[in-house]
Write a protein that binds this ligand. Structure first.
Ligand code: MD6
Ligand code: FE
Length: 217
């Protein structure tokens, strides 16, 4: 793992941890923007509230989800898909805030993906005990585009596996303000999140939020 301290135009700095050729953690990349990001999330959630979706197998997901952007990721008993409409309201998903677009494209560029234009942002809410099983993100049309993932609130242990489910996964703690960018040869790696431990974050209380930006179509 290589470590470099980088300075950005705003005068803030972050650490870079290369996990694999196409996967990097930008430690603290979004720390300075976190309060503004949270204000945007509150507005989005007022219009498209968090909900526990059903898996295709009929289980209730422990992570509560919402979306913003042109497309939102949804799961129900008929499967996973991206859709322009929130099934709970029948309305389009709230627009992707300019701040989110800026953060996501800046982080992607920093990681070497120059032409990332996200059209979907999945917002995940973890309360203590919530977890996400190992999975691949493969519902997007263009797998040459990376995923940019922003973590806020309580720390979580992220599992970063291989291209086959059976491969042993490494564990990385993601904390408030960290951004992970992943794509290229690592785009289809299995990954997941271990059950969130109890705790209280100064801004978010007993909660972790994760935003994943994708180019869905
Ligand atoms: C999470 N993240 O961190 C769930 N997927 O809460 C993901 O599933 C994920 O962080 C693809 C790329 C980065 C991610
Ligand atoms: Fe994922």
């Amino acid at each position: 793992m290589s470590l470099d301290l980088l300075a950005t135009a705003g005068g803030t700095s972050h650490w870079r941890e290369q996990l694999a050729p196409g996967a990097v953690v930008l430690r603290g990349f979004a720390t300075a923007s976190a309060t503004a990001v949270l204000a945007e999330i509150r507005e989005i959630i007022a219009r498209a509230p968090f909900r526990h979706m059903q898996t295709p197998g009929g289980f209730r997901m422990s992570v509560a989800m919402s979306n913003c952007g042109d497309f939102g990721w949804v799961s129900d008993t008929s499967g996973y898909r991206y859709g322009a409409v929130d099934p709970a309201s029948g309305l389009p998903w709230p627009a992707l805030p300019t701040l989110f677009l800026q953060l996501a494209t800046d982080a992607a560029a920093e990681a070497g993906f120059a032409h990332f234009t996200p059209d979907a942002c999945l917002i995940n809410r973890y309360q203590p005990g919530a977890k996400m099983a190992l999975h691949q993100d493969k519902d997007e049309a263009d797998l040459s585009q990376p995923i940019v993932s922003l973590s806020l609130g309580l720390p979580a242990i992220f599992q970063f596996g291989g291209l086959r489910r059976a491969e042993r996964a490494s564990r990385i703690t993601l904390t408030h303000g960290d951004v992970v960018v992943w794509g290229g040869p690592d785009r289809l790696r299995y990954h997941g999140v271990l059950a969130l431990a109890d705790g209280t974050h100064p801004l978010l209380g007993a909660c972790r939020l994760n935003l994943t930006f994708r180019q869905a179509r």
